[in-house]
Design a protein around this ligand. Structure first.
Ligand code: ADP
Ligand code: NI
Length: 220
């Protein structure tokens, strides 16, 4: 069995070299934050810390936005796991987590294992709160979306047609996804952590609207 500490170090340098210069919100520091949160959740929830840490490190290597296809991305992760000499059952577990954890892709099935639930929660926690707000605007800029479009109505229920035409904005993304994440947390610990981050996003949106409408920032 390969030394776990060594495998984690290899994973860190592999992922860092690939994500260091990403500006779509998937940079190396996103991975660092998700990994730290995943380890914390794994300890509190008494799950397998090693599996959670390794899956968190590798989780965005397969992202569709950064690969030719989802399959090509998943193949990259599978090849890496094989080359690192991981035990077959660990390889299968990590592949199962990474291939099922994303919000999109029509995948509404609950995560099959506690470790999967934890890594998904850690990734979702990094999409909300102050950091989630920052990532949303970074991603929007990368994609060429507007911050906000007052003409786009209703802002929380765009039609499929509007999405297809790329009419969505950074502000719309809060209604489309970010405000829904709190209720989707799998673990009790993540639910607690999500609560304050959620409130902070609500305050942000309220203040954004007030500045927009009155030209003034309310006392907060
Ligand atoms: P994750 O790392 O959680 O898998 P995604 O790949 O879904 O994240 O997206 C990366 C970041 O960009 C996240 O913070 C997400 O909320 C944000 N994001 C994703 N899609 C959009 C969008 N259409 N508009 C603005 N932000 C987005
Ligand atoms: Ni991620």
């Amino acid at each position: 069995m390969p030394d776990r500490i060594k495998t984690l170090e290899l994973a860190r340098s592999y992922v860092k070299s690939r994500m260091e210069h990403d500006s779509s919100g998937h940079d190396w520091w996103h991975i660092v934050r998700v990994t730290r949160t995943a380890k914390l959740l794994a300890e509190v929830e008494q799950a397998d810390v090693y599996i959670c840490e390794l899956a968190a490190l590798l989780h965005d290597i397969a992202d569709e936005k950064l690969n030719e296809s989802k399959e090509a991305g998943l193949r990259k992760v599978a090849d890496w796991l094989e080359s690192a000499g991981l035990e077959a059952s660990d390889q299968t577990h990590i592949m199962e987590i990474i291939s099922t954890m994303s919000f999109g892709g029509g995948n509404k099935q609950p995560m099959a294992t506690r470790e999967g639930q934890i890594v998904q929660d850690a990734d979702r926690l990094d999409a909300i709160g102050a950091i989630g707000i920052a990532r949303t605007f970074a991603y929007s800029g990368w994609k060429g979306q507007l911050i906000y479009d007052p003409g786009l109505q209703p802002r929380n229920q765009l039609s499929k047609e509007q999405y297809r035409n790329g009419q969505t904005t950074a502000i719309n993304h809060f209604y489309e996804k970010l405000l829904k994440l709190k209720a989707l947390m799998n673990t009790e610990t993540a639910r607690l952590l999500a609560e304050e981050r959620h409130q902070f996003m609500e305050l942000f949106l309220k203040t954004f609207d007030q500045e927009l409408e009155t030209g003034q920032t309310p006392h907060i």
